[in-house]
Design a protein around this ligand. Structure first.
Ligand code: NAP
Length: 268
């Protein structure tokens, strides 16, 4: 298991340099995104925090404002005009050195029985928003010869489960996109990570698209759940290792490997 993130991993000069960095975190109002803001507050001077619930972003600002400049941006990233507004804010407050494309949602249930717009919103949020913000951020990172991009994927990316194919497929896209992008931008000193958590304690499983499909937390053994703080700590610690696809937790790594091996077997 990768080491837990700690300030001891950085020299003082690294930290002083990093403390001037600007981060942009989508889905900063809850769960893994809010936790990224907490842990990046130790590395960055400014965080642009994006989500739909402004009051939650204000709470985050009250919590972290003593340590880092927080700029809340209320935006629905499934809406093109809002994505463009986030890009403009990024241009005004940036350049962005650390981009976390984290905002996500699950719409589970049989494809034929779920509303197409709800499925489309997963694609817009996971893929379209990630492409838009990454495309807007890269030129500045390339110019400065440094930067970090973390895309929130999932162990679901390896499985293609029925009743969750659009979610799984959109996360699989992020894995492949991140791998290819890392190969393109490595020479510019930019790190790309596709972070694949398994079951993580957050608001994700309380949202309508998940509960309506009949999901109950107690269906999942307690030992399979991870805290968002641990997931983020493992993500940040793994940046030094240069691995693109990062699975959090041994149980998730084993499950993903088993899913991939089963798919490879089908090819023979
Ligand atoms: N929890 C898990 O078990 C798990 C496992 C694997 C991967 N993931 C991935 O991890 C990421 C974070 O999920 P989480 O577990 O932290 O869930 P969460 O607690 O539900 O947080 C999701 C975040 O995304 C934001 N968001 C949702 N729709 C949005 C939209 N249309 N525009 C802008 N922001 C939006 C939410 O903010 P607002 O509602 O305020 O907009 C919230 O801040 C997601 O990409 C998810 O797929 C989660």
């Amino acid at each position: 298991m990768p080491p837990v993130y700690s300030l001891r991993n950085f020299s003082l000069s690294d930290h002083m340099e990093a403390s001037k960095d600007t981060a942009l975190v989508t889905g900063a109002s809850a769960g893994i995104g809010a936790e990224f803001c907490r842990q990046l507050a130790e590395r960055c001077g400014r965080i642009i925090a994006v989500a739909r619930r402004g009051e939650r972003l204000d709470e985050l600002k009250a919590e972290l404002g003593h340590a880092v400049e927080i700029h809340p941006v209320v935006a629905d990233l499934t809406v093109a005009a809002d994505r463009e507004r986030v890009v403009r804010t990024m241009e005004e407050l940036g350049p962005v050195d650390f981009l976390v494309n984290n905002a996500g949602l699950g719409t589970f249930g049989e494809f034929n029985e779920t509303e197409l717009p709800a499925q489309q919103r997963q694609v817009d949020l996971h893929i379209t928003a990630t492409l838009a913000l990454t495309h807007a951020t890269l030129p500045g990172m390339i110019e400065r010869g440094r930067g970090t991009i973390i895309n929130l994927s999932s162990t679901a990316a390896f499985s293609g489960k029925p009743r969750a194919m659009v979610y799984c497929g959109s996360k699989a896209f992020l894995n492949l996109f991140s791998r290819g992008l890392q190969a393109e931008v490595a020479e510019h000193g930019i790190k790309v990570q596709s972070l694949c958590p398994g079951f993580t304690c957050s608001e994700f499983h309380d949202r309508e698209g998940v509960t309506r499909a009949g999901f109950r937390r107690d269906q999942v053994p307690e030992e399979m759940w991870m805290e968002a703080s641990e997931v983020v700590a493992q993500s940040l610690a793994a940046l030094d290792g240069g691995q693109v696809t990062v699975l959090t937790g041994d149980h998730n790594r084993e499950a993903a490997r088993a899913d991939l091996l089963a798919q490879a077997d089908e090819l023979s």
